[in-house]
Design a protein around this ligand. Structure first.
Ligand SMILES: [Zn+2]
Length: 426
């Protein structure tokens, strides 16, 4: 009889005696992307992974650990809304996927996750994998603390037409594919619904559909429309039954407009967006997630003869078109998020896109907002991400220098904290 009550006393004592993890961060400058302002000499109080308070004259708990960033500019953790972390080691030809098992692909992805977090991106919206569900495995391994990486919101698979932009293509038609290399194929509104039902069950956080052909897919044409408006509408409707948002890959003008009309949350790439598409995106409040930097990496790979020639033929002329479309969309006041197609460039280089966003019409603050508060809004997570406010995750980074004077300083992040835990400190 004495034993159970003794255990009870010990448990009560232990839980009462466990101190909450309290950290105090002294920030020389703090960028608030929500207000579009910079605050000086701020203290950020972090308790159990969340921001508890931010201000100048906070009462500091006696046992708090202090981190001195008074010489730095502190920002909320960055968010890349278009990554592919779970496709294994970076390769320029997706045919290499056929040389690996799913386990190999997943384990090769471990360093990708670390590189992205250490470069200052504490959250990603990962928008598709060749081998279905490897992204879910990576997300869960990070969440359970098995490996180091950003907080991932994942698509599970591509929802694609057969032989389309998200297909595992390039093999002869008489070679059968395993289930996870054609999981997301759909060719009617009802097949689209069926795939989305599977994805919702299997744990996807959002749905990635492809409404035009792709540059980096064999046998695909980025100028071609894929899926009908009816199929895209079925996707948005079915996803909504599970509380999931839809993003659509689209290069062609018609693919972009079909996606916007169907009600997607964001259009990815939006490469050949025309004036009508820009007006529609503005009217519908659709985010454009335009990867305007990665052409630099495609060209670099081309110079090294490391890019399939059919991909280069698809890509001809598109980069300049996309960058001019980006400039027009910014001018028109369309909602813009930060997405790089990480994996096209090596992992850890996403921040190089900021300078290009400024070159093509954004202010540095707008560029920072695209990767913080706008990205959080696109994810539907404004209450948890995108700025350093009480109740939100303590996801923050620090850089030396002023990103609002020279946005490229974001390419050199000195300090990374995710959910109150320090992952990088110089
Ligand atoms: Zn992509």
């Amino acid at each position: 009889m004495k034993f159970p009550s003794f255990v009870c006393v010990v448990v009560l004592f232990c839980s009462a005696a466990l101190p909450a993890q309290v950290t105090v961060i002294k920030a020389g400058k703090l960028i608030d992307p929500e207000a579009g302002t910079v605050l000086k000499d701020q203290t950020i109080l972090v308790r159990d992974g969340k921001v508890e308070a931010v201000g100048q004259n906070l009462v500091i708990p006696p046992a708090a650990q202090t981190i001195d960033l008074t010489a730095e500019t502190v920002l909320p953790g960055l968010i890349d809304c278009h990554t592919h972390l779970a496709d294994g080691a970076r390769e320029t030809d997706p045919l290499t996927q056929f040389e690996k098992t799913a386990a190999q692909v997943a384990l090769e992805s471990v360093p990708n996750a670390r590189a992205v977090l250490e470069s200052g991106f504490t959250t990603v919206r990962d928008v598709g994998v060749y081998r279905a569900l490897t992204d879910i495995a990576l997300r869960d391994a990070i969440n359970r603390g098995y490996i180091v990486g950003p907080r991932m919101f994942v698509a599970g698979a591509y929802v694609t037409i057969t032989g389309g932009a998200g297909g595992a293509t390039g093999l002869a038609p008489d070679i059968p594919l395993p289930w996870d290399l054609h999981y997301g194929e759909a060719n009617s509104p009802w097949e689209v619904r069926q795939v989305i039902r599977k994805l919702a069950h299997d744990g996807a956080d959002h749905i990635k559909i492809l409404s035009s052909g792709a540059v980096l897919t064999h046998g695909s044409n980025p100028r071609a429309q894929e899926f009908t408006l009816e199929e895209l509408q079925a996707a948005v409707d079915e996803a909504s039954h599970f509380g999931l948002r839809v993003e659509s890959h689209a290069h062609s003008p018609q693919g972009i407009k079909n996606a916007i009309r169907a009600g997607v949350a964001s259009v990815e790439h939006a490469t050949m967006i025309d004036d009508e598409g820009i007006a529609l995106a503005k009217q519908r409040g659709t985010y454009l997630d335009m990867d305007i930097y990665d052409e630099e990496c495609i060209e670099e790979d081309a110079h090294r003869n490391n890019m399939p020639l059919d991909f280069l033929a698809h890509d001809a002329g598109l980069a300049q078109m996309q960058r001019e479309g980006f400039r027009k969309a910014v001018q028109a006041g369309v909602k813009m998020s930060f997405g790089t197609d990480a994996g096209v460039c090596a992992y850890g280089l996403s921040a190089k896109q900021f300078a290009f966003m400024v070159r093509y019409g954004m202010t540095p603050m707008q560029a920072v907002q695209s990767a913080t508060i706008n990205a959080a809004d696109l994810l539907g997570k404004r209450e948890l991400l995108g700025s350093l406010k009480p109740g939100k995750y303590a996801d923050l980074i620090a850089v030396s220098g002023d990103p609002l004077a020279d946005v490229s300083v974001l390419e050199r992040v000195d300090f990374v904290m995710k959910e109150g835990k320090v992952y990088k400190q110089k």
